[in-house]
Ligand binder design. Sequence first.
Ligand SMILES: [Zn+2]
Length: 90
Amino acid sequence: MNRERFDVWLRNIYDTQDVEISCTECFDLVSHFVELEVSGENAAAKLPQLKQHLDQCLACRDEYEMLFALARFENEGGLPSLEELRGSIR
Ligand SMILES: [Zn+2]
């Protein structure tokens, strides 16, 4: 492998690691993401990798939507009924 090819190869690996996170990392971060959103912060700008993962991964997106619904109801005071919860998840 010549030097130039090696650089490209290396960059590909690091670029990929830079933009993609795993479901485990996503799971660790998603509650923080929701906290930011509920408090009116631009969560997608602060955690772009997480946002990207949520856009691509259905399982994590479900998790996020559930947490978001719960956090919003909590913010407004009181736990939601099951019907309210269902209605808030698209
Ligand atoms: Zn995931």
